[in-house]
Design a protein around this ligand. Structure first.
Ligand code: PLP
Length: 349
């Protein structure tokens, strides 16, 4: 039996239209720059983000890593949020592989970094200190609850960075969820930043791949870094073909995921011992916690849910992440909500 898998939007499998496009894809050697499908995807991505150029990479992690390596020299410092994916979940790549120092500032519950914290963190010109080169933000912000950063806030950070002579990068793994939720284009959200990465392999359902977008000279440097990291792919057009379908057909429909996440959250709202986090869901993710009176941890609850064919993420002993995506329909929402209620009732006495 296939489970109702709400652990992440990374579990989304390609749609039949994507598989067809993959089978028919025109391909070439992309390290030579000769894969027409990859070139088409990159042109689309650059256009959608309002940047000069784009580069296809195997993963969002490589996208962030290659971007930061292309912006910074060894010994430079990048400012990241202390709940940023780049800081928490990318295996320390920027320091291990790039010799890049990170300055971690507190992410506020809304996913932002306070401007006064940024001010205080900028290094003076002093040979004792690593120079601050880059500020990296994340939108939507995963660990803060799939929350959306506003374009106003992003501009505030970008203008501050510009005054300081510092570059900006956006980890926009889920930038389309943010854009759809705000009812604006991804381009508007990307505009303040020197570079942006986004994932095709999450809510957009493509099997593999992310894009890095920025100026032409930046993308030239990133292309070299991607090669150094072993991310130069050959007939990658079979993957890019799915990405093209994703960008053409899967962006606007994200509103459906957001609506279903709301419906699921409403159904879970008064389940025994379960407390939704304030404002959740902001987009396609529900974050909920077990109250202190609950006799079991999220791990136990997840095991019992799995027996009923439902999977959710136990990201902390008392905290769940529940992600709605393309393959979760209205019926799956009902089944998942009922399973949650049953399991919590059963385990709490
Ligand atoms: C998923 C994700 C990434 C990178 O994803 P990969 O799994 O390496 O493709 C980067 N940033 C955020 C916020 C993410 O959610």
């Amino acid at each position: 039996m296939k489970t109702i898998d709400l652990r992440s939007d990374t579990v989304t499998e390609p749609t039949p239209a994507m598989r067809e496009a993959m089978a028919r894809a025109e391909v070439g050697d992309d390290v030579y720059g000769e894969d027409p499908s990859v070139n088409h995807l990159q042109a689309m991505a650059a256009e959608m983000m309002g940047k000069e150029a784009a580069l296809f990479v195997p993963s969002g992690t490589m996208g962030n890593l290659a971007s930061i390596l292309a912006h910074c020299q060894r010994g430079d410092e990048v400012i990241v949020g202390d709940k940023a994916h780049t800081f928490l979940y990318e295996a320390g790549g920027i320091s291990a592989l790039g010799g890049i120092h990170s300055c971690q500032l507190p992410n506020q519950p809304d996913g932002t970094i306070a401007i006064e914290h940024l001010h205080a963190a900028i290094r003076p010109k002093d040979i004792h200190q690593p120079p601050t080169r880059l500020i990296a933000l994340e939108n939507t912000h995963n660990r803060c609850g799939g929350v959306v950063l506003s374009p106003e806030y992003c501009w505030q950070v970008a203008e501050f960075a510009k005054e300081q002579g510092i570059l900006t990068h956006l980890d926009g793994a889920r930038i389309f969820n943010a854009a759809v939720s705000l009812g604006i284009s991804a381009k508007e959200l990307a505009e303040p930043f020197d570079s942006v990465t986004f994932c095709l392999s999450k809510a957009l359902c493509a099997p593999v791949g992310s894009l890095i977008c920025g100026s032409q000279p930046f993308i030239e440097r990133v292309r070299r870094v991607r090669k150094q990291l072993g991310g130069g792919m050959r007939q990658a057009g079979v993957l890019a073909a799915a990405g093209i379908v994703a960008l053409e057909t899967m962006v606007d429909r994200l509103a459906e995921d957001h609506a279903r996440a709301k419906r699921l959250a409403e159904k879970l709202n008064s389940a025994p011992h379960l407390i939704l986090e304030p404002g959740s869901p902001a987009t396609n993710m529900i974050f909920a916690q077990l109250d202190s009176g609950c006799p079991v941890t999220t791990k136990k609850v997840c095991e019992a849910l799995k027996e009923r064919g439902v999977q959710v993420g136990a990201i902390e002993p008392h905290r769940f992440r529940i992600v709605v995506h393309y393959w979760i329909d209205d019926n799956a929402v009902d089944v998942a909500a009922n399973a949650f209620w049953e399991v919590l009732k059963e385990l709490s006495h």
